[in-house]
Design a protein around this ligand. Structure first.
Ligand code: NAD
Length: 423
């Protein structure tokens, strides 16, 4: 944050700053709705909570947690919870804002929210992880709920953590409230297809973008940064379509194999020990990941990874943003100038929130769909959204990112205008 804490003064190169400049770029395409644009530059509500827990060694540790509800003009807040040592309020603000844009871009009846705790969960025991999750849930319990704000998994959170969140909220309200979180295990009202949904959405939008570029996926070389839920599932689906995964990077390092990495062997090892424990590729310095010869680049780790310098050196012709906010604004311009097509995060990784929506709907109706139905509906929603965004980009001769913002912001601001300002 800048010296004077304020929503509108972002720290240089921060994710919130990136988001604000993305909103500025869309203003010329908003027509009369532009008078409402300031509403997108401020979160509706930001809660900071202290999360104290007793550690296994008997000491008391305090962690800082956040829940930000960026915009609820179109429906309840929706967005994941991140456990990571670098989490800050400003980061959570940006992530919540990208959820607002994303849910509107795919036309789900939600606003945008996000949460996080500044903690390295890899250093916690299972018991400590459960305590921190439950205390955090209880603290943010005053603003979340099935009809107000529905958390989900994000970096370092998973179905087990969602189960603890659901249980804690349920205990506090005195009933079983399955609809308070999505990404739950199947027997607790989770949905088939949720775990793979974000990676699948990256694949569906990437396949369509490749088709429009005239790029054959068979033999296409792909580099993936971040090999967790999103990166590994997307990589698997592209490999099934005939592509070669030539480079993978995670928090342990980078491996490269120009003949293609064997994912059936790599994934189980990466899940346990990290990618550099895999022997079927060469370990290279992390910076070498960005100039590995490839056709498609999939950032699926954290924000701010594609810097101006890395945008200059990538050989990719297509960037699929599995992660949220992986490209800084200056890099976006360089990629556009170099003719590299970017499918932006706010559409590319919207598969997860789309199946979260299906989960929420199934929980309310207590009627569950089979996986084929989930995947068919997911593909249809993603393709409809992408085609509409593409038409907008062609019409105004703008990037897919600005076109996505144009479509999404129009929906959000129209809802804002129709609701009017209270009081
Ligand atoms: P995850 O925790 O399953 O995986 C994160 C991956 O990133 C891991 O492989 C980790 O090793 C790697 N990583 C962490 N720090 C790194 C670093 N400094 N350099 C390189 N790699 C690093 O998380 P995920 O759910 O796959 O989320 C990844 C991204 O996708 C995030 O930006 C998240 O916000 C976004 N996203 C996730 C979902 C979802 O449904 N899970 C939905 C939309 C967007």
């Amino acid at each position: 944050m800048s010296e004077k804490l304020s929503f509108v003064n972002p720290t240089a190169n921060s994710p919130w700053g990136t988001y604000l400049s993305q909103v500025d770029r869309v203003v010329p395409y908003l027509g009369p709705l532009a008078r409402w644009v300031e509403t997108l530059k401020r979160p509706k509500r930001a809660l900071i909570v202290d999360v104290p827990i007793e550690m296994d060694d008997g000491t008391i540790a305090h962690f800082e947690g956040y829940r930000v509800q960026h915009n609820m003009s179109r429906g309840p807040g929706k967005g994941g919870v991140r456990f990571h040592p670098d989490v800050t309020l400003e980061e959570v603000m940006a992530l919540s804002a990208w959820m607002t844009i994303k849910t509107a871009a795919v036309n789900l009846p939600y606003g945008g929210a996000k949460g996080g705790i500044r903690v390295d969960p890899k250093k916690l025991s299972l018991q400590e992880l459960e305590k921190i999750t439950r205390r955090y849930t209880s603290e943010i319990g005053i603003i979340i709920g099935p009809h107000t704000d529905i958390p989900a998994p994000d970096v370092n959170t998973n179905g087990q953590i969602m189960a603890w969140m659901m249980d804690t909220y349920s205990m506090n309200v005195g009933g079983t409230a399955t609809g308070v979180v999505t990404g739950k295990p199947l027997h607790l009202g989770g949905s088939l297809g949720r775990v793979k949904a974000t990676g699948r959405g990256v694949f569906v939008t990437g396949r369509e973008a490749a088709r429009r570029l005239g790029m054959d996926l068979r033999g296409a070389r792909i580099a993936v940064q971040g090999f967790g839920n999103v990166g590994s599932v997307a990589a698997e689906l592209f490999a099934e379509a005939g592509a070669k995964i030539v480079a993978v990077q995670d928090h342990t390092g980078t491996i490269v194999n120009t003949n293609g990495l064997d994912l059936s062997k790599l994934i189980p090892i990466a899940n346990k020990e990290g990618v550099i424990a895999f022997k079927g590729g060469d370990v290279v310095p992390n910076e070498a990941f960005w100039d590995t010869a490839c056709d498609i680049l999939i950032p699926a780790a954290l924000e701010g990874q594609i810097t101006a310098e890395r945008a200059q050196k990538t050989t990719a012709k297509l960037v699929l943003e599995g992660a949220n906010g992986p490209t800084v604004s200056s890099a976006d311009d360089i990629l556009a100038e170099r003719g590299v097509l970017v499918v932006p995060d706010v559409i590319c990784n919207a598969g997860g929130v789309t199946v979260s929506y299906f989960e929420w709907v199934q929980d309310f109706s207590s009627f569950f769909w089979d996986e084929d139905e989930i995947n068919v509906r997911l593909d249809r929603i993603m393709m409809n959204a992408l085609n509409q965004i593409w038409d907008t980009a062609d019409k105004h001769k703008i990037t897919l990112r600005t076109a996505t913002y144009a479509v999404a912001c129009e929906r959000i601001l129209m809802a804002r205008q129709e609701r009017g300002l209270y009081p």
